[in-house]
Design a protein around this ligand. Structure first.
Ligand SMILES: [Zn+2]
Length: 438
């Protein structure tokens, strides 16, 4: 009989970038934590044969939209965290642009509670920066942090003035937490619906210029330097913004940046289809920007990968392109897309990709995650790299099926996922496939 909560994952290829490990071995889990890694003998443990699989820390997403509270029929904390586990994520940071927004300490506490109740991937709430996300008055930052907020963001909107951005950086700095900026100057992006370039001109669609992102990233980097505040740039998408972050880091600014899988892989040519699954903010950029993002990821100007998982209801996407909501889902395709596009092609080694999805994002927001170190929470993903599949809408556990990768043939997926030492996905199936909504 196996002892309760004692699990031995045997003969996996263990990749744990936080501890510099890439070797075959075993992982012993006891009482929800990593008890031993290496050649392990353990009596009374449930043995999980992981020969041929990669064992890594569970993925960490610092940019997830869970949409609860929000409109009926949309994503919930339950459906979103199940989707997370399906994609190999064991911790997600929930963006506060829900309806109503998470802009009070009580709302932060409630998000954390919803996550706990759902019982799949861990939920770490991000608090809004300003009340009602209106860009006018700061939330109670210290109290929000005390309730478990891991960062502040008005994502979906940009802080409207330099004055407000400076104030936010200064006050968030006192809590030690980062301001996550959705960098978009609305006076430049206006009613744009795709990247401003050759394709927007030929398709006759209103464009969003790269400068709309660049000027805000420049503004905020200058203010981060002046205030000493911690700045994190969400979904960086332009070569100009990457260059500004590169220079700001060299100057000693406390700035970090993330990039999404879709901005690394897709470009604005995709809009020729007029398919609303490619409508996202910031928009899919032209190829030269994509190449610059890849370079910035390789040279560590960009710190980590985040999905910006933005599920939408069918009726909000299944309309004419101009009227469709911005955003794409990402949690369930991120690893397969990146493994297929970057590791299989030799652009990036596997341990580097895993670092960008585990230790690096955890480091950016200072989360206790992304490591298989002894004593760490036993958040573990087992990856089957040989598994090939075609992305199908009906396979998504997210309430949003607005994925730009439907129909893609991918290699690699999370077959089993443990959160705090408990299987939430096992042998390809997420536990409790259709639980009642919470
Ligand atoms: Zn955003």
């Amino acid at each position: 009989m196996a002892e309760q909560g004692k699990i031995l994952i045997r003969q996996a290829r263990i990749i744990d970038p936080a501890n510099g490990i890439d070797a075959e071995g075993d992982i012993l889990i006891e009482s929800g934590r990593i008890a031993a890694v290496g050649k392990v003998k353990a009596d009374g443990a449930e043995v999980v044969d992981a020969a041929g699989l990669v064992a890594a820390p569970g993925f960490v997403d610092i940019h997830t939209h869970l949409r609860q509270p929000g409109p009926a029929g949309g994503e919930t904390v339950l459906s979103g965290t199940r989707a997370a586990v399906n994609g190999g994520y064991t911790l997600v940071c929930a963006m506060p642009n829900t309806d109503p927004p998470v802009d009070s300490p009580a709302a932060v506490a409630y998000q954390a509670l919803l996550g706990k109740r759902a019982g799949y991937a861990k939920v770490r709430p991000i608090s809004a920066i300003t009340l009602g996300r209106k860009g006018e008055e700061l939330v109670e930052m210290a109290a929000a942090a005390a309730e478990g907020a891991v960062a502040f963001s008005d994502d979906g909107d940009c802080l409207p003035t330099a004055r407000m951005a400076a104030k936010a950086l200064r006050y968030a700095g006192i809590t030690g937490l980062a301001i996550i900026e959705h960098a978009e100057d609305l006076s430049l992006s206006g009613t744009g619906v795709m990247h401003a370039g050759d394709y927007s001109a030929s398709l006759g669609l209103a464009g969003i210029p790269a400068s709309s992102e660049d000027v805000i990233v420049a503004r905020d980097c200058i203010l981060a330097m002046e205030t000493g505040g911690r700045l994190h740039i969400a979904h960086l998408s332009t070569s100009g913004a990457a260059e500004i972050v590169r220079r700001a880091k060299k100057s000693g600014a406390a700035v970090t940046a993330e990039v999404t899988p879709h901005h690394l892989v897709l470009d604005d040519q995709a809009l020729e289809s007029f398919h609303t699954s490619f409508k996202v903010k910031p928009p899919l950029r032209s190829r030269n920007h994509v190449e610059a993002l890849r370079k910035a990821l390789v040279d560590s100007t960009i710190d980590c990968i985040a999905t910006d998982h933005a599920p939408h209801r069918f009726e909000d996407k299944n309309v004419e392109y101009d009227y469709a909501a911005f955003g794409v889902t990402g949690l369930e395709t991120a690893f397969g897309v990146l493994y297929t596009e970057f590791v299989q092609t030799g652009i990036m080694p596997l341990d580097r990709l895993i670092a960008l999805m585990t230790a690096k994002p955890a480091q950016v927001l200072g989360l206790e995650a992304g490591t298989l170190g002894i004593g760490a929470p036993a958040d573990v993903v087992l990856l089957d790299l040989a598994y090939e599949h075609v992305v199908e809408e009906e396979d998504f556990l997210s309430a949003g099926i607005n994925s730009p990768f439907v129909g893609w043939k991918l290699a690699g997926r999370a077959v089993s996922v443990l959160v705090d030492g408990v299987f939430r996905k096992r042998d390809g199936a997420v536990e409790g496939a259709s639980p009642p909504s919470c």
